[in-house]
Design a protein around this ligand. Structure first.
Ligand SMILES: *Cc1c(COP(=O)(O)O)cnc(C)c1O
Length: 430
């Protein structure tokens, strides 16, 4: 499989190279040269397979022969075992698809775990790789767990001190071994700046093999295609209407993966892109003008992004497939509506949700038509947004058994000022 750089279509690389590089020249995103298409009949039989077998098939179609089929199969198995999506039917035409049954309780486990498998496989010479990434919460936990105890891979995660939740901190700052966590006395933006600076530092480049493992890595996106097929398979067992999927969007990786699934022939009728008040894309859909505002803090904080990285990929899919972008549903949801619908889901359906899913639910409820069946994505476990959910619903949430152990473990983070030289010393192991 070849991929090209969206900023310079002459830069073509293999899948392996794209995974290792993350971004192309001029920070351009990689995009597949060929979009595999599965004939209708084959889609039917594919949908009958179980999640793991079907995902192995889908990922081989994208990756091709440059990685042995056996290796792709074992990577999928290691990455996806125990994290199957769950469909929760709420009323006759709406379900929530829960994607948060992985080790760190957010959908980011799918992409991070598959990427970890592929990177460790590509590191054939067993050189030591350093993964350096900044997180505002979910990504850090998913990446840390995905690479935990992997040979020759060291992970360094920066996060803004005091600005991530206790659960998030416990989930990845207590692991130790090959996972190094650093609390930066500053904002998430300052963490990201430090990461960028490290990638541009000649000495670091020379002495370490650096990779960012962030959400623009193509291997993470490919992995996410798989659960759209699973959603379709689960839904078609209970309904025969046209399927509409509402996605809570931040960097638009999830939407990109969904569109790639559709481009392969999966008959999803429509996608709705749902944002919080950081509404660059909904405003663009309405006016055709790209005008990001300053990022606002909201209760759905994983979507507090006003310059979504993956948007150029969304546009590329529409261009390549000659689809009309006007067919996308879209909208932004206020804080009040988000809370109101967390309550509504609880009172009407006895369903405990969280702010991100509620944003998607709010738009789905508003835009769904009679002839359609709607699914909104549950991207994180409600307990990850414990305070907001408890305050909104006036209930106490139980910590799931799978993560309660982490609460007894000691936090092992370094704590530094946003100072590049201090960080550099840690990266160079000095
Ligand atoms: C990352 C994240 C999102 C946004 O997903 P994108 O693929 O970046 O659009 C939504 N909800 C939760 C809980 C997340 O962690």
């Amino acid at each position: 499989m070849k991929l090209y750089n969206l900023k310079n279509k002459n830069e073509k690389v293999s899948f392996s190279k794209a995974v290792k590089l993350g971004l192309g020249k001029k920070q351009g995103l990689f995009f597949p040269s060929k979009l595999p298409i599965i004939p209708k009949k084959k889609i039917k039989s594919l949908l009958k397979k179980n999640f793991i077998n079907r995902s192995q098939k889908i990922l081989s179609l994208f990756i091709g022969s440059e990685i042995k089929k056996k290796k792709i199969d074992s990577s999928v198995k290691s990455a996806f075992s125990f994290i199957k999506p769950k469909l929760i039917n709420l009323k006759n035409n709406i379900s929530c698809c829960e994607l948060f049954h992985g080790p760190t309780l957010a959908f980011k486990d799918y992409g991070a775990r598959f990427m970890a498998q592929i990177l460790s496989h590509l590191n054939k010479k067993n050189k030591s790789i350093t993964i350096l990434t900044a997180t505002s919460g979910d990504t850090g936990a998913a990446v840390a767990h995905a690479f935990y105890k992997m040979k020759n891979i060291r992970v360094i995660i920066l996060y803004p001190k005091g600005k991530i939740s206790k659960i998030q901190k416990k989930l990845f700052c207590t692991l130790g071994k090959n996972i190094i966590t650093i609390a930066i006395d500053g904002s998430f933006d300052e963490c990201q700046k430090l990461v960028k600076k490290s990638f541009n530092d000649k000495e670091i480049k020379k002495k370490t093999q650096l990779n960012s493992a962030n959400s623009i890595n193509i291997s993470r996106l490919f992995a996410q295609i798989c659960y759209f097929f699973e959603i379709f398979s689960l839904t078609s067992k209970i309904n025969k209407k046209k399927i509409v999927i509402s996605i809570p969007c931040g960097n638009f990786g999830n939407l990109t993966a969904g569109l790639l699934a559709k481009s392969m022939g999966l008959p999803i009728h429509k996608f709705i892109l749902a944002t919080n008040s950081n509404d660059t894309v909904p405003r663009f859909m309405k006016t055709g003008i790209w005008n990001p505002y300053k990022t606002i803090s909201t209760i759905s904080n994983a979507m507090d992004i006003s310059r979504p990285n993956n948007w150029p990929r969304v546009i590329e899919i529409f261009n390549r497939k000659k689809w009309n972008i006007k067919k996308l549903g879209y909208g932004s949801v206020s804080e009040n509506k988000t809370k109101k619908n967390i309550k509504n889901l609880y009172e009407k359906f006895n369903y405990i949700s969280e702010p991100h899913a509620s944003v998607a639910y709010t738009l789905l409820k508003k835009q769904i038509k009679k002839e359609e069946y709607g699914i909104f994505l549950g991207t994180a476990h409600p307990v990850k947004f414990k305070e907001t959910v408890e305050k909104t619903l006036k209930i106490k949430l139980e910590i799931p058994k799978s993560i309660s152990n982490f609460f007894n473990l000691k936090e092992l983070s370094y704590s530094i000022k946003p100072n590049f030289h201090k960080l550099k010393k840690i990266i160079l192991n000095q």
